[in-house]
Design a protein around this ligand. Sequence first.
Ligand code: SF4
Length: 694
Amino acid sequence: ADHRLKDVEFTETTCGFCAVGCRFQLVSKDDEVLGAVPTDDPADAPVNDFSTCVKGKFGYEFANSDERLTTPLVRGDDGELHEATWEEALSRVAEGFESIRERSGPDALAAFASSKCTNEEDYLMQKFARAVLGTKNVDNCARLCHSSTVAALKQTLGYGAMSNRINEDIGDADAYLITGSNTTESHPVLATRIKRNVDAGADLVVFDPRKVEIAEHASQYVRTDPGYDVAWINGLIRYIVANDLHDAEFVEDRTRNFEALREKVEPFTPEEVERLAGVAPEDLKRAAETVAGADSVVFGWAMGMTQHSHGTQNVLALADLALVTGNLGEPGAGVSPFRGHNNVQGGGGDMGTLPNLLPGYRDPGDPDVLDEFEDAWGVRPPAEEGLTVPEVFDEALAGNVEGLYVMGENPALSEPDLAHAEEALQALDFLVVQDVFPTETAAYADVVLPAATFSEKEGTFTNTERRVQLVGQATDPPGDARQDWAIIQALANRIDHAGDAWTYDGPADVMDEIADVAPIYGGITHDRLDEEGGLQWPCEDESDPGTPYLYEEEFNFPDGRARFVPADTGEPGDLPSEEFPLTMTTGRVLYHWHTGTLTRKVEGLLDHVGEAFVEVNPQTAERLGIADGERVRVESPRGSIEVRAEIGDRPGDGVVFVPMHFADGAVNRLTGDHVDPTSGIPEYKVSSVRIRRL
Ligand code: SF4
């Protein structure tokens, strides 16, 4: 027997990678995580029972990496980062932020929270920005993934979140329309649920410019031209309404503004849809009849819908389609934005890590709301809207943002147009990075603070179905690294500010404050989560069992009715040209996660996919004379990368795909700076490029 298995400890926790929110037990010994095994009781893992994907099984290994940050680092007069004590590092941060605030005012400072951190940590980060630094500028990386979803769903349905459950609704729908989601590779356990139901007879319709793996299971796959999604969605709505296939009773009883929708979709005839989006009339008709004819439809999407210069319009159109077919407020149906990071629902939005909303999506423009926060914090939060992530970079370059605090994010790889982002990071007067590894962003920092990862902390994550679940601590952080909440609290008590001193005992204590100020979390406590398992918000008081699916009785507006908001089509910002004739799109692979700061430290995952590549359709490759496996240069008007070519028919002719996870061959050297005007989300999904042989 392996002697290492003696005296091991088992800690129940929630996966730190994606927002499916799988639960499992970490096996640890002597402050080292040895493995991950299923929970004893499937009831403790409501989403995944006993299964996990490869990242859940092996992805924890990065926690044991020798490359972890174990001590604070402070940049010295020689321009290098040097090891420092916490005392030195915290003083340097306090001085840095205070001197900028004194010189240029609080709005010369900005803070980025992290969808990888716990709810409690993200709540404290936005409170630190607003109540301690006094700045209105706080945002997080959800700006880059689903901010357009939140903007669109809030306008149409009232909550900017998934309406339904993973198992009971997504797992049991009569039909699916999935678009802009590589579900199998990005949300593997959720994809398994869908595929199981499709095997049992459910219809699956996939619209996507790239024939992603889940499309192999579809009853109908439709290849679309990148960037024209409103056209085919409005085309579906037009066909459904024109043929009286819509749910007239639902529209009459539960919605407003239907006539405006009918008028808006009128020009989207099948011929016009074919011209704009490359969808053949017979494909449009077949998909419309499937969607309108099914008893319950789940509309699933991810960043292929959201990361466009008209991403909000794309999601508005999807919400309109769900409403017109009456697929909301009942089991088995609903709108399902598949969120990315483990805690992007909670840390990316619910906790108020947004420049325009306070915790619980509360409006800082409402003086009564500000009164409540002032009572809780001892200081009034700023009422004005702050800067989004891309705006912070623009304003840093303009000299208006001088200091930035980045927790758990890696904008030096995740921002579009990296040359621009690097210039902005260099232009900052003072940058603090708090992370578990010396990331590409940490290379620009004045102070680097070593933090803990998910296996080293307690708290909660909220998964993509609004389920708040506990995170358990299996090991201590390495060396002098500390949990993020403790670092933020130490900084708050060191920086001069008008509010109350921070005296949280731990994350459970922070959750109690969240419950006080954010009514959708009003009934959530760590004790309850421990006893009852996850709770889905809104959960307004201790007797509220939570809300498995939204909008059963009414939509989240004073009159209880949903709003049709007709969507506009538009051109992508960076169309192919004679010089750059190909369209590049970006995305994930199964074995890695986002900028790869964690997964690129795991040998078992690197063995599967160890470097960036460009996926090229065989016809495109033949025209360019490129062979499979050949190294090529991909160039855009912004920059170039050298990567291996993979020939395959997932993308269509003229479209190429590059994954987002790698520093060498960083795709964001190529992406541009076009953003959606409503949400500020960058257009990662459409960039003009060319490929040259080396
Ligand atoms: Fe973790 Fe997502 Fe994989 Fe589940 S599907 S194990 S939450 S990465």
